[in-house]
Design a protein. Structure first.
Length: 280
């Protein structure tokens, strides 16, 4: 039953993570939730339920992550579902972004998730079961967004490692799902969640247009309802045959189909020459 499950959710003080924590607690589930700032997390969730375990975690610090896993096991006895939700957007042309800006983006969006996976898999192997949701983006399936090269790269990496994880973990009864949302009305595009380049280059007017649109036009007007998106993820967590790729929202479906069609066209256009490469 749902109320018996223990969830471990990163990036839980805002966005999808916060909506998910509140919905799960309301359903009777037990939830360990992480954030960099413990007080902000407690204030956002605003409950004294014994089913809620707020944890201050630095996802870049493996010992901090491991300690939070141990505390969750100590409090609830097990972990059934992990949601790697923590992450942030970075807008800026690849030429504009500094090495540090890009590496910091990977540190949270990729290596933070890997730290969680590395430390929860021993628990799941011992239990002979578990569920891992890695929250990606439609930008992790199609990178055709000027100014989002770094962010898309982090999400492409997350999707690639999740595909491998799915195969590696299958013998232990562990399921892995890539969640690729389109535009949902969270605070993802707000100043606290979307970093901008410290050294913009004036020539990149196309990137500034995209940046401005996301910051001032799209933010707050996204069509996706986070409550409904979270409902889909919770429904998938109950499935015996979940998808590896879970696209969320009609826009995500449309963009994914465009990418698949584009790849097929590239393959067909060059197939005769590109497959003539074996030894005769």
């Amino acid at each position: 039953m749902e109320q018996q499950k223990v969830w471990y959710i990163t990036g839980a003080s805002q966005g999808f993570g916060l909506v998910m924590v509140k919905k799960l607690l309301a359903s009777g589930a037990r939830v360990a939730a992480t954030s960099r700032k413990l007080e902000a997390l407690k204030a956002a969730v605003n409950t004294d339920s014994p089913n809620f375990l707020p944890l201050a975690v630095n996802l870049s610090d493996e010992e901090s992550v491991n300690n939070s896993i141990r505390r969750t096991i100590s409090a609830f006895g097990r972990i059934d579902v992990v949601v790697n939700n923590a992450g942030y957007g970075l807008v800026g042309g690849l030429e504009e972004l500094t090495d540090k800006e890009v590496r910091d983006n990977f540190e949270v969006n990729v290596f933070g998730a890997l730290n969680v996976i590395r430390n929860v898999m021993p628990v799941f192997r011992n239990q002979k079961g578990g569920f891992i949701f890695n929250i990606s983006s439609i930008g992790g399936f199609t990178g055709a967004f000027p100014g989002f090269g770094s962010y898309c790269a982090t999400k492409f990496a997350l999707e690639g490692l999740t595909e491998s994880l799915s195969e590696e973990a299958k013998p232990f009864g562990v399921k892995a799902v890539i969640v690729s949302p389109g535009y949902f009305r969270t605070n993802f595009l707000s100043s606290g969640s979307l970093a901008v380049p410290a050294n913009p280059i004036a020539d990149y007017t196309n990137i500034r247009e995209v940046q401005s649109a996301h910051q001032f036009n799209i933010d707050g007007a996204q069509a996706g309802d986070p409550e409904k998106g979270v409902d889909v993820i919770i429904a998938v967590s109950k499935s015996d045959n979940p998808p590896l790729h879970l696209f969320l929202g009609p826009d995500a479906y449309q963009l994914a189909k465009q990418k698949i069609s584009s790849v097929e066209q590239d393959m067909l256009g060059w197939q005769a020459l590109a497959t003539s490469t074996n030894f005769n």
